[in-house]
Design a protein around this ligand. Sequence first.
Ligand code: AMX
Length: 427
Amino acid sequence: MQQLRDKMTGLIPEWRNEIHRLQVEHREAVVSQVSLGQLFKGLRGVNAIVCDTSYVDPVEGLFIRGIPVLELVNRSGEEVFYLLCTGEFPTADGLNELRESISSRRDVPEYVWKMIEAMPDNTHPMSLLSMAALAMQRESVFVKRYREGMKREDYWEATLEDAVTILARMPVIAAGIFRQKLRGKSRIEADTSKGFSENFAHMLGLGIEQPTFEEFVRQFVVVHSDHEGANASVLASRVVNSSLSDLYYSISGAMNCLAGPLHGLANQECLKFCMEIYRHFDKVPSDEQLAVFIQQQLDNRRVIPGFGHAVLRQADPRFTAMYQFGKRVFPDGEMFSVVDALQRVVPPLLIKQGKAKNPYPNIDGVSGCMLYHYGMTEMEFYTVMFSTSQILGICAQLIINRAIYSPLIRPKSVTTRWLNGYTIDHH
Ligand code: AMX
């Protein structure tokens, strides 16, 4: 990864200078305000974090380093990681070098496998993934160099070292959890000729019957790789990392957050909803039948899984990417056909209801159903698929944060009593 390191070494002084200049020239510029309502609504819409790796435009969706995500879906995991870290694609040599660095670090320590094997069968795969990251913390290069008195300027480089090891091992661990704990089968060895995503697909072992699975995982990884710097799991990792905790602790923190039903579990909820519809009609319903069913759900104050978004105000381009893939590969799959019908039927009904700010489908509305058609029926693993992809973005963001000397994240909290007094004084 020498070229990646060299590239970043060249860029980092520019980043540091720009941030320094902004702070000197505009330190008092107000970039956001927080209303009382926002305090009780998870700080929605408050500009509180700086992130240069990706941005979600309310209309056009996710941009990674300024590039619409739809233009990136055929890129490899390594290319996207390099892009996230530097804002540019690697040269062919730079890409090969990064692939080799990742490939050479794939050996997962035996103690990690022993720990995973020792855990009871009903341990959630997300717990196992998070525990594995935490177990390997003892190997952190950042910690070792920090103890040796590493200079602050070099923190990012030690973090890059940790990142490449984590990127190499986490897909191996995730696939191992899938094979051993969910399938009761032996692990599949990594294939050194394959890159990040293709190797992950290979080790999961579903591609044997499904030749397009590698291509699918490649797209899945790209669309889930990064999504700004303040979504719940990335923010969790940033807070952990900001105390100078290393990348292993930070990744584990992100995994713990992704494990929640409001975050990484959404794709599984969407698949369950499609199954519920299929079971209800005992077939893929007609659009008219489905419209009646959806209207009943809305009348019963149920949210329609797979639709809406906190930031986006149009169809999620990540949905579009996966949907187009599904149209090509599983046009007649039952669950895909339900998704297809939903994306026609639901938006007009949500618009008519007039509550949802975004009536269009999101990525989670289709990703779980695609995994299902590939034979991955173990829904509890879907969040692991998401997490393993998001590690690319988290690692890139945290390397950059070290490079630009991101400080401890420590906003102020206030009491309800203070709020009572404040609101009386201001009205
Ligand atoms: N079905 C029915 N009602 C919906 C809706 C949906 N899919 N999406 C939003 N609404 C309702 C909300 O419940 C809210 O109602 P209320 O005023 O009675 O409380 C109102 O519309 C306004 O909500 P919003 O501002 O448009 O959305 P939000 O930012 O509060 O929440 C989200 C966004 C994704 C949680 C929400 O749209 C939702 O619950 N969708 C269904 C679950 C889902 O698909 N989750 C996956 C999230 C995808 C992602 O972000 N990765």
